[in-house]
Design a protein around this ligand. Structure first.
Ligand code: MN
Length: 260
């Protein structure tokens, strides 16, 4: 009996030691407004962060500067999530007829959030709208609608297939952070967008394109801890697939501060 309690105390001690040494990074996930006014984040983002060993925290849309600072101070990395179109006035353009739903409050929040995160040196992963709004936040522009504005042939970027399923190829730049972490230069990804990056923000480089030239990935020049993708890696990752999972494990590594 004595031996059993000794064994039990050693186990408890080991668990406490483990929790103290292995840092579980806190990942702030940018929230959106549901149509009924509720704050929402697709559970695929939550599942992907959990699967990669992070602690997901939803950051609700707000315009409170002090709250924003506290939010950034309390997370180790952020994910800018997908969603509505970005208001073209944010990049000095008039709205075209093919522009879809916009959320002005979310635009203000997302732009402030990503700017402050970069200023504070926090790793950032932008996904879909997150990728586009990051480009706008740092001075880039968007195609309001790929089909209306790109005159050359474009491939299908709004797939009618499940979120976890990849439908188009993306060619990655050899030295990009994505090519390194995925260990390949061609990757098959899902695609759920009708807008795309037009003028790339100063300070960013394009790291991935589809065969029609549409920008599918970017990273910050000299700071690859800030990177973005037009596709949705959280779809297949939450579904248990491994191909794009390294994007999330890499974000956890960055968030733990283990590597640059
Ligand atoms: Mn696409």
């Amino acid at each position: 009996m004595k031996r059993f309690f000794l064994f039990l105390s050693i186990c408890c001690f080991a668990v406490v030691l483990y929790a103290q040494t292995v840092k579980l990074p806190i990942i702030g996930i940018s929230g959106a407004h549901a149509s009924n006014g509720a704050t929402q984040v697709n559970s695929t983002y939550i599942r992907s962060v959990l699967r990669a060993g992070g602690v997901p925290v939803v950051l609700p849309v707000n315009d409170h500067p002090e709250a924003l600072k506290k939010m950034i101070a309390s997370v180790d990395a952020i994910i800018m999530t997908g969603g509505e179109d970005v208001d073209p006035l944010k990049y000095d353009e008039e709205p075209l007829p093919f522009l879809e739903t916009i959320d002005p409050e979310r635009d203000v929040f997302d732009i402030a959030l990503v700017k402050l995160a970069v200023e504070c040196g926090i790793p950032v992963l932008g996904i879909c709208r997150g990728h586009q709004v990051m480009n706008v936040a740092f001075g880039g522009t968007l195609y309001q609608d790929i089909h209306a504005q790109i005159r050359t042939d474009v491939i299908k970027h709004r797939q009618q297939a499940p979120l976890w399923y990849g439908t188009h190829q993306v060619q990655l730049e050899k030295n990009s952070v994505l090519a390194k972490i995925l260990d390949k230069t061609t990757v098959i990804t899902n695609s759920f967008h009708h807008q795309a990056v037009k003028d790339v923000a100063p300070g960013f480089i394009v790291t991935g394109r589809t065969s029609d030239g549409v920008v599918e990935a970017m990273e910050m020049k000299g700071n690859p801890r800030v990177f973005s993708v037009q596709f949705h890696p959280e779809g297949p990752t939450a579904h248990g697939l491994d191909e794009l999972f390294p994007i999330f494990t890499h974000l956890m590594t960055l968030a733990r501060g283990d590597t640059q």
